[in-house]
Design a binder for this molecule. Structure first.
Ligand SMILES: [Mg+2]
Ligand SMILES: [Zn+2]
Length: 220
């Protein structure tokens, strides 16, 4: 076993991404009027501006990670394998565009669970956002420097998790999604940045960090 070099141990700037409502759309069943998160590869649809925004963040030198609450298996809505297949489809879709995700951190727990749910997943865990566990794991596995890391989400749980993990929070806040208003927690719990679209948020993050004014070839 060799001694790791400085290069391999150096921490980097990172962006931790929520999945549902941030990277991909929720699934609406027009017939029943119900809304659910994606749980099949065919459901995976990137939201407007996501591809451009991720490319911008990558080019600016940020590492990328995903942190997602997926209580569906605990609630009996779909299986753990369905979550894994859906996440794989998302990674494949992004990978085909040259976007690499360093790690995907998933909380499968739910405090109450639901009918037919996997009872082993019913727990008050440390990972479920707004707790910081998923974000801390993502930073450890992707080797992100907390001081240079952002969390991009679409809900107050994401903003609170960012605060709890002591990273900066950024919210995508589309005006047509008021039924799950991410700002319902109040301004005192608010994130550092709010934009209507993912690409605008990515630009705002780069601007806030001066990442775009850096000389070409110089990473964050
Ligand atoms: Mg979300
Ligand atoms: Zn959990």
């Amino acid at each position: 076993m060799s001694v790791p070099s400085n290069e391999s141990t150096a921490l980097r700037a990172g962006v931790i991404l929520d999945r549902d409502g941030t990277l991909i759309d929720v699934v609406r069943d027009e017939e029943t009027g119900t809304v659910s998160v994606a749980f099949h590869p065919d459901h995976v649809r990137l939201l407007p501006g996501v591809l451009d925004g991720l490319k911008l963040l990558s080019a600016a030198g940020y590492g990328l990670a995903i942190a997602s609450n997926q209580p569906g298996p605990a609630k009996g809505q779909f299986t753990r394998a369905a979550v894994e297949r859906t996440n794989r489809a998302l990674l494949d879709l992004l990978g085909a565009q040259g976007i690499e995700i360093a790690t995907v951190e998933v909380c499968l727990h739910h405090p109450q669970g639901g009918p037919g749910g996997d009872r082993t997943l019913i727990a008050e865990c440390r990972c479920r956002k707004p707790k910081p566990g998923l974000l801390l794991s993502a930073m450890e596995h992707a080797r992100f420097d907390p001081v240079r890391t952002w969390m991009i989400g679409d809900s107050s749980a994401d903003a609170l998790a960012a605060r709890a993990a002591q990273v900066r929070g950024a919210l995508v806040f589309p005006t047509n999604r008021c039924e799950i208003c991410p700002l319902r927690g109040g301004p005192e719990l608010g994130p550092e940045l709010v934009c209507a679209r993912f690409d605008q948020l990515a630009e705002a993050i780069c601007t806030a960090d001066g990442a775009l004014s850096e000389q070409e070839g110089r990473s964050l």
